[in-house]
Design a protein around this ligand. Structure first.
Ligand code: GDP
Length: 415
């Protein structure tokens, strides 16, 4: 069923000049997502420059509209297939990209990593792939672009493919697809190419259509307590349903204590007799019986969360003032606020070169990524970022200011 409202958010990443803009232009053009007058304009400009229709121009045009603030929102470029709509969100080239992803202001559910088949893996390919790994993105499609430049050779394609698989393994990414394409010629983007009869896989659009949207509403309940009020002798717990849904009379677990409780009533201002609340609803609830409840506890539909006072994670340090071992920090994840320290810094990386800067360092500086063990003063409840994003990302504060962001990976992958 086609949901007009929904658009699967994707990111397109890759080394400069490997074909990102061209691919975006091609995707928009081949899916009729480009207004016709725009196309005519692009064609005219191209001819003037004695070129073929350059799809990278589409991006320049869009960019121009953006700078004039006319029609297109900076981070919202849409296209659609028969199955659904897609929105291309912020690219890693943008300064705020990683911060936006970690703080949740933009969230990709799938990625296209574009690599020039002639040039192979380059610096930025590594850096961007590394970021995909750091975000725990599992739906990754690698596009070996410019196959025209390798004369549509199966042998050369397989060579680069092997190199890609080997590299991706080192950063724990298992690409769902590796496809040969030519963005400029529109080969194997929306339609298969006759020039690669040896290839029997999917087109880019078909590959995208196999990806699954994240359905937080279908996940087990996560209801972090924001506040507890006493009204007419009733203890009302307020918060926002971050995942799943909640029914009156249903039994849940109170975390981190793992205590079984059941919901007596659901309260909402100006609404009475509520029996159910969905993902995204801000509500109040009363529990049956008398329980010690406080801000930061989580009402959960199951016990699959990680409940621990030690969390291993990749963090990105965003503050210009470095972190020194032993400095007290505050861990914030949904409504949980727990004093903490970094107990161990295993290693830190230069996100640009992917190189390990230092093993077991004692400080982390601005823009560095580090694999650390966080020791919390008491247990916190987290889920993997991929599973329930709101419960899988956290911020570290120092003296009331956010200084780092981190993401919880499923298997606590060590990068
Ligand atoms: P970006 O920097 O990743 O956005 O790369 P662009 O989309 O600007 O492309 C860089 C150059 O590669 C441009 O001159 C494109 O015309 C060219 N290009 C893109 N795709 C192809 C392709 O499939 N084949 C060939 N031969 N050139 C391409």
């Amino acid at each position: 069923m086609f949901d007009e409202e929904y658009a699967l958010p994707i990111i397109i990443v890759g080394h400069v000049d490997h074909g990102k803009s061209t691919l975006i232009g091609r995707l928009l053009y081949d899916t009729d997502s480009l207004p016709p007058e725009r196309y005519a304009e692009i064609q005219k400009t191209s001819e003037m420059l004695d070129k073929r229709v350059e799809f990278a121009f589409v991006m320049d045009c869009l960019e121009e509209e953006r700078s004039k603030g006319i029609t297109i929102d900076t981070t919202q470029t849409f296209f659609k297939t028969e199955k659904r709509r897609y929105v291309i969100i912020d690219a890693p080239g943008h300064k705020e990209f990683l911060k936006n992803m970690i703080t949740g202001s933009s969230q990709a559910e799938a990625a296209l990593l574009i690599i020039d088949a002639y040039e192979g893996i380059r610096d930025q390919t590594k850096r961007h792939a590394y970021i995909l790994g750091m975000l725990g993105l599992k739906q990754v499609c690698v596009l070996l672009n410019k196959i025209d430049l390798i004369q549509y050779s199966e042998e050369k394609f397989n060579e680069v493919k092997e190199e890609v698989v080997k590299f991706m393994k080192t950063i724990h990414i298992d690409p769902t697809f590796i496809l040969p394409i030519s963005a400029i010629n529109g080969e194997n983007v929306a339609v298969p190419s006759e020039r690669i009869p040896w290839f029997h896989g999917l087109t880019v659009l078909e590959a995208l259509d196999t990806f699954e949207p994240l359905k937080v509403e279908k996940k087990p309940l996560r209801f972090p307590f924001q506040d507890v009020y006493r009204v007419d002798g009733k203890k009302i717990i307020v918060g926002r349903v971050e995942a799943g849904h909640l029914d009156k009379e249903e039994s849940f677990f109170l975390l981190p204590e793992k205590k079984e409780v059941s919901v007596k009533s659901i309260e909402k201002l100006l609404t009475s007799g509520l029996t159910t609340a969905e993902h995204g609803d801000s509500i109040g609830i009363c529990l049956k019986g008398n329980h010690r409840v406080t801000r930061g506890q989580i009402l959960a539909g199951d016990l699959s969360s990680l409940i621990s006072d030690r969390i291993r994670s990749n963090i990105i340090w965003m503050d210009p003032v470095p972190y020194q071992m032993g400095t007290p920090l505050l861990f914030r994840c949904v409504t949980q606020e727990v004093p903490c320290q970094i107990e161990k810094i295993y290693r830190k990386f230069d996100p640009a070169s992917l190189e390990i800067i230092e093993e077991e360092p004692s400080s982390i500086m601005g823009a560095q990524v580090a694999n650390v063990l966080i020791h919390l003063e008491r247990k916190a409840v987290v889920d993997s970022f991929n599973d329930i994003p709101e419960m899988g990302r956290f911020v570290l504060e120092r003296d009331g200011r956010p200084v780092a962001g981190g993401i919880i990976l499923e298997d606590h992958v060590e990068l």
